[in-house]
Design a protein around this ligand. Structure first.
Ligand code: PMP
Length: 461
């Protein structure tokens, strides 16, 4: 209505900024504050760079939202989409049907996934993948004749999406407050966040304690009632939290011992982010289910899924199983599948993951580490093409500034001024650049981050 557009006409804002706040309710944003500030309008991109509508260029060290792994403007992906659109833009996987790109994609995923994983259930997003997980693990135990196994254990500060099951499986307390979540049958344990919670313990000792919390929870609620444990290999949205080396082997031991399905959320880590095809490869985890999305198509089109181990697939494909009453209109969308297939081909042919392992990954680690001496920096972490910088008031004690997230957002804004997109989770600066980033572009990130840190320190003084 005209009333809506008349509501907000802020001086100094362009028409499109005003239209954005008048007609869009933006996700994960204070929409009132956005009205006054005006949205940043991103209007084009190429390689690792994006431009806003004022012509300002930014190096996107966050790959959109952890997803534009091949960088922007890849002609092969554009061509794959347009070719498939002209041939068969859409068909579904319901009612005994499949489509060629979707079948080829499932086969390509099975080839790069760990040996024991050869099936995929397709979704439109990572959240839908985790809603699928929620239903799939319960269905699995039902068909196996163990219907009491229903509880799914997640972690505080884990992130598994924003739908009802995704939010519930995740452990973001402010999200839980909106919508009376989590839903029934979901429990949470502590996270392996040594920097904030490890106190005087060594990271390895702390990692074991954090993993043993799973065993304690299983014993508390009864193994016969537990269906699955879900976790990200490296917590992404929570703050690029790389668990101590002792963590995952102990989690694996516990899930094996109590016969609990292990769900490893690969939505961020999958398709090269940690320097291997999957986070499970990096940490040597044997998962039962792996939700995927984001890097599957480098974010060019929305597609996700759940990679399924043979032991789960056998049960869900058994005679007793019957119809699995689950799926989405866009499950296995052929155009999205064609783009994902081409994305995987490029990752392979251009040896992009090998390059991270041997070349750009170690370089990012070494260069980012040069910032560890900065008075604001309490720790620098990297793994593959993931990075985190912890901002603190006191380096020795790892004490945070008051204001919970204030210094982080100041630093993020200073980075933007320098033409660099970083993300802040609380007072942790996060990096997740496109996997194709070059050493020279990494140098630009380091240079701009250093200036942003200096300017932040000035503000804090
Ligand atoms: N799982 C993880 C680990 C994620 O990081 C995300 C998105 N940031 C999701 C699930 C949800 O994915 P989507 O936003 O595509 O629904």
């Amino acid at each position: 209505s005209d009333q809506a557009s008349a509501q907000n006409s802020v001086e100094g804002q362009s028409q499109i900024q005003q239209d954005a706040s008048n007609h869009i309710l933006h996700p994960f944003v204070d929409n009132h504050a956005l009205k006054n500030k005006g949205a940043r309008i991103m209007s084009k991109a190429d390689g690792v760079y994006v431009w806003d509508d004022q012509g300002k260029r930014y190096l996107d060290a966050f790959a959109g939202l952890w997803c534009v792994n091949l960088g922007y403007g890849r002609k092969e992906l554009i061509d794959a989409a347009s070719k498939q659109m002209a041939t068969l833009p859409y068909y579904n996987l319901f009612f005994n049907t499949s489509t060629p790109p979707t079948v080829q994609l499932a086969k390509a995923i099975a080839e790069i996934a760990p040996e024991h994983m050869n099936n995929v259930f397709f979704t439109g997003s990572g959240s839908e993948a985790n809603d699928t997980v929620f239903r799939m693990v319960r269905r699995y135990w039902d068909v196996k004749g163990q219907p009491t196994k229903k509880i799914i254990i997640g972690r505080h500060n884990g992130y598994h999406g924003s739908t009802v099951a995704g939010t519930s499986l995740g452990g973001m307390k402010p999200m839980h407050k909106q919508g009376d979540l989590p839903i029934q049958g979901i429990e949470h344990i502590r996270q392996p966040y040594w920097f904030d919670e490890g106190e005087d313990l060594s990271p390895d000792a702390f990692g074991l304690i954090a993993a043993k919390a799973l065993e304690e929870k299983i014993l508390e609620v009864g193994a016969d009632n537990v269906a699955a444990f879900i976790a990200e290999p490296v917590q992404g949205a929570g703050g690029v939290i790389i668990p101590p080396a002792t963590y995952w082997p102990e989690i694996q031991r516990i899930t094996d011992k109590y016969n609990i399905l292990l769900v490893v959320d690969e939505v961020i880590c999958g398709f090269g982010r940690t320097g291997n095809w999957f986070g499970c490869d990096t940490f040597n985890i044997k998962a039962d289910l792996m939700p995927i999305a984001k890097g599957l198509s480098s974010g060019y089109l929305p597609i996700g899924g759940v990679i399924i181990s043979d032991r789960v697939a056998e049960v869900l494909k058994s005679e007793e199983s019957g119809d699995f009453l689950h799926g989405f209109t866009y499950s296995g969308h052929p155009t999205c599948a064609a783009v994902a297939l081409e994305n995987i081909r490029i990752l392979k042919d251009e040896k992009i993951i090998e390059n991270i392992q041997q070349n750009t990954g170690p370089y990012l680690a070494e260069q980012l580490q040069t910032l560890a001496d900065h008075p604001l920096v309490g720790e620098v972490r990297t793994l593959g093409m993931l990075g985190a910088i912890e901002l603190v008031q006191d380096k020795a004690t790892r004490k945070r500034y008051p204001g919970n997230g204030k210094v982080g957002s100041i630093c993020r804004d200073h980075a933007l001024d320098q033409g660099l997109i970083l993300r802040a989770t609380g007072d942790t600066m996060l990096l997740s650049p496109p996997l194709v980033i070059t050493k020279e572009e990494i140098d630009s990130i380091i240079k701009a981050t250093k200036i942003a840190l200096d300017n932040t320190l000035k503000d804090m003084q």
